[in-house]
Ligand binder design. Structure first.
Ligand SMILES: Nc1ncnc2c1ncn2[C@@H]1O[C@H](COP(=O)(O)OP(=O)(O)OP(=O)(O)O)[C@@H](O)[C@H]1O
Length: 234
């Protein structure tokens, strides 16, 4: 059974129908990449899984359990975390305070904290600094670190490389490869080189519909398909 199944997901935002038919099967383990042009519906898909927009009935299943209609906090309690594109960190608080607020109990599990700090050494270095003073890449690392400070089954990550310098993108790819060893990641990306390095399975969304799904290796080898579905330069 897939960890996450979207079956004919439809989502409207106000009067606008944004997702018309999104069906994907995200297996347990590794990185599943959702690609698509601007405005295709990638963020809306992640927000629908998280209950931040209302998905159509019986369209979102996590370990076979129907999440549609559940509150976001209850969905999070099942072990799903969301790293939004705007990162959702508290700029006026320290890195440490941001991390504490991401725990359920207000306490760190020591070995888990050590694991996260080893993934993102910059966070330990700037532990007592104001999060708002971090660089863009460090803020993104903090956002991801908050999502995984407690073990999760699934993290939904929205365009983590946006606006980052190539060296930081490389560091981020290493971190996601590591995280993907024990946490399933549903990654939305526009940076195809980053996505290609990490993804095992992938899908392409266009105008609120899945238009292609398969293995990343197969998609990465097919320049015509990339050009047709994403408009990538061949
Ligand atoms: N709050 C909103 N109200 C109305 N329409 C919205 C809202 N949010 C998104 N949309 C529309 O829904 C469509 C899909 O948006 P979404 O943010 O999911 O796309 P995306 O694939 O994540 O794009 P991007 O890569 O540009 O972030 C777009 O046409 C967008 O204009």
């Amino acid at each position: 059974m897939s960890l996450l199944s979207l079956r004919g997901l439809r989502t409207s935002i106000g009067q606008y129908a944004v997702l018309h038919d999104v069906s994907i099967e995200v297996p347990e383990g590794g990185v599943f990449v959702l690609l698509g042009r601007n405005g295709a519906g990638k963020t809306t898909t992640l927000r629908s899984v998280m209950g931040l927009w209302s998905p159509s009935p019986a369209s979102v299943f996590f370990r076979g359990r129907d999440l549609s209609g559940m509150h976001t906090a209850d969905i999070a309690r099942l072990g799903i975390a969301f790293v939004p594109e705007n990162m959702g960190i508290f700029g006026g608080l320290s890195v440490a305070e941001n991390m504490v607020l991401a725990t359920r109990t207000g306490q760190f599990d020591k070995s888990r904290l050590a694991y996260v700090q080893a993934l993102f050494p910059a966070l330990e270095k700037f532990w007592d600094s104001r999060a708002g003073s971090l660089s863009g890449g460090q803020k993104q690392m903090l956002a991801v670190a908050r999502a995984i400070i407690e073990p999760r089954e699934l993290i939904l990550v929205d365009e983590p490389t946006k606006g980052l310098a190539p060296a930081i993108v490389d560091a981020m790819a290493d971190a996601f490869a590591e995280i993907g060893q024990n946490t399933t990641i549903l990654l939305v990306e526009q940076n195809f080189q980053f996505a290609r390095r990490l993804g095992r399975d992938m899908a392409v969304i266009d105008d609120g519909r899945i238009v292609h799904a398969g293995s990343m290796a197969e998609f990465a080898a097919n320049a015509d398909l990339q050009d047709r579905l994403l408009g990538l330069a061949v």
